[in-house]
Design a protein around this ligand. Structure first.
Ligand SMILES: Nc1ncnc2c1ncn2[C@@H]1O[C@H](COP(=O)(O)OP(=O)(O)O)[C@@H](O)[C@H]1O
Ligand SMILES: [Mg+2]
Length: 558
């Protein structure tokens, strides 16, 4: 633990400009040892999926990032990807991100060998393959959907084995598995045993919130199946003990802490590193700490209450930001965990340079960090959650609409479709929400991600729940039936097809009745005209007229 005085602030109250950066990794020796052991096993041809499980903020992503520790990666190649919670997520995103990293770096010949004869199958999901290989692929030859899916899985298994074999070993690090889509979970479930059968030196390390897995049925199945097959290593991240909490705080404050400060941060922060970091940031922002005699102390008697939860702690700090910076953060939070300044600026209808400054204020306060693609990302989903807490439903809906419009104004690529679907569906925009959800669903079907397609088609149906547009509803019900058939959920498919048939029949009856109504009105009109032609203008009818009327064709009389 550092006993050095933080330079320039001895005897001074903690200035708000004391930036709490990133502490070196504290503790986690046990977890790292378990991962190292799993990697050693993988290198001997026994692949495993390691699941780093724990509550939000406990340090799963950080551990994933820190593994393998620098200098110990040996001959491993590490590929990283992750799922996201909010913004439209294309199927297989975590794997596509990880494989995308490889495709960007791999020599084309090596990539071609790794993909084998069925390169076109994966190229459909990853267009960068075609550009990297400077080839245009014909669509793969059509086979039944279930076989198409397995063909894709085989290509991925083959590619992962190839990468691992060529490089010595492969570490596939996938974050936020609790939000993984069904396609990702199903693919992993197929690929892990295939890798084991090939004795491929692969270690898949994933991070997952353990309180949210039960909401993701395909993920639960993945975990229990891999466990049953002895291909799973479950590593639970425990909370920091008081010594580790103290080490963390001292590293963040660049100096040791008095006993009471350290124990309050640990007790209140409950050994959760993210919560403890936020508490310390709040104490620094409010200048409640003073550096004296080589330690941080409370400035005066510590009577003020500290926030009681992660979200509260973040909100206390948010309140100190200028209102317009908070507003920019709100828009960014509705965009998603990751966002581009130009989109936020378009929604706020402000100059992007001004908005960039506001965003940088968020970076300075430790809410955002620069992202790899030139945009920004929330440092943690709990920060995003805290920013969204006070945003009412109606305002959120309007923001989704404005974001959808801003995204639509850009070039609409296939990768953008899930985002557009997400924002327009959330906005309740019936026309565009349905259009984009259907387009996204169709794209998911051609990527063999039928469960994701089903989700999109159901979102479209939901938007049409009170709509009179029966043909559209029937069309969507048929697509749901199709997606359910692809998954093999024939009961669901039958229910949807029957619903489509029932709606279509009802609609047919309505059309028939209307047609009859129009028909009888036409007949009545025709009758009147001919009556006027045959009847004397006095309006009095002769007996022969009555006879003629009685002979009027019956089908036109009702
Ligand atoms: N063992 C640790 N040592 C130092 N800092 C940590 C540790 N674990 C987590 N942190 C920090 O705590 C914050 C939250 O960690 P993170 O890995 O994002 O949590 P999770 O992914 O479990 O929600 C991050 O700023 C991270 O750097
Ligand atoms: Mg995380």
């Amino acid at each position: 633990m550092s006993r050095d005085a933080p330079t320039g602030i001895d005897g001074a109250t903690a200035p708000a400009v004391l930036r709490l950066g990133r502490a070196p990794l504290v503790g986690r020796q046990r977890e790292l040892a378990a991962l190292e052991q799993a990697l050693a096993e993988a290198r001997l041809g026994r692949p495993t999926l390691a699941l780093l499980a724990g509550e939000p903020g406990i340090g799963k992503s950080r551990l994933l990032e820190e593994f393998p520790p620098s200098g110990q990666s040996g001959d491993s190649i590490v590929l990283r990807g992750g799922a996201t919670q909010s913004e439209g997520m294309p199927p297989y995103l975590p794997l596509l991100e990880a494989l995308g990293e490889y495709i960007a770096l791999a020599p084309p010949d090596d990539l071609r060998r790794g993909l084998g004869a069925d390169a076109a199958v994966l190229a459909r999901l990853l267009p960068e393959i075609a550009s990297r290989l400077r080839e245009s692929f014909e669509p793969p030859h059509a086979i039944p959907p279930e076989q198409e899916r397995l063909r894709l899985y085989e290509v991925v298994a083959g590619l992962l084995s190839h990468i691992a074999g060529a490089r010595g070993s492969l570490i596939l690090a996938l974050d936020d598995l609790q939000w993984a889509d069904a396609a990702t979970c199903e693919l992993l479930l197929y690929v892990m045993p295939r890798l084991a059968a090939r004795a491929a030196p692969v270690l898949v390390v994933t991070a997952c919130r353990d309180d949210e897995t039960s909401e993701n049925v395909p993920l639960e199945r993945l975990i229990s199946e891999l466990n049953r097959r002895r291909l799973l290593l479950h590593v639970t991240l425990r909370r920091l003990d008081s010594l580790e909490s103290r080490q963390l705080a001292a590293a963040l404050l660049h100096g040791d802490l008095a006993e009471d400060v350290s124990s309050i941060v640990h007790d209140q922060g409950e050994g959760n590193p993210f919560f403890e970091e936020e508490l310390l940031r709040a104490l620094v922002d409010e200048r409640r700490l003073v550096y004296r005699d080589g330690r941080w102390h409370f400035d005066g008697v510590n009577r003020r209450v500290l926030p009681r939860g992660i979200i509260d702690a973040v909100r206390v700090r948010l309140a100190r930001l200028p209102a317009e910076a908070v507003e920019a953060l709100r828009v960014a939070a509705v965009v998603g965990r990751r966002h581009q300044v130009r989109v936020v600026a378009a929604v706020l209808e402000r100059d992007p340079e001004v908005v960039e400054d506001l965003v940088l204020a968020g970076v300075g306060a430790g809410f955002l960090r620069p992202d790899s693609d030139g945009g920004y990302a929330f440092v943690h989903d709990k920060v995003r959650e805290a920013v969204l807490v006070e945003l009412g439903g109606e305002r959120r809906r309007r923001l989704h609409l404005a974001i959808g419009n801003a995204l639509q104004a850009e070039e609409v690529t296939p990768r953008l479709l899930p985002d557009l679907a997400y924002h327009f569906v959330q906005a309740g925009d019936r026309q565009r929400g349905v259009d984009y959800a259907l387009a996204t669903g169709e794209a998911a079907l051609t990527s063999y991600a039928a469960a994701d397609a089903l989700r999109q088609f159901c979102a479209a149906l939901e938007l049409l729940s009170n709509a009179r547009d029966v043909p559209r509803r029937v069309g969507v019900l048929l697509r749901i039936g199709q997606a359910a058939t692809h998954i093999g959920d024939y009961r669901e498919a039958a229910t949807r097809y029957q619903a489509a048939a029932a709606e279509a029949t009802r609609q047919a009856k309505v059309i028939l009745l209307r047609a009859r109504g129009t028909g009888s009105a036409a007949c009545a009109g025709a009758r009147r005209t001919s009556r006027e032609r045959v009847l004397p203008s006095s309006g009095r009818s002769s007996s022969s007229d009555q006879e003629r009327r009685a002979k009027w064709p019956r089908r036109c009389s009702n």
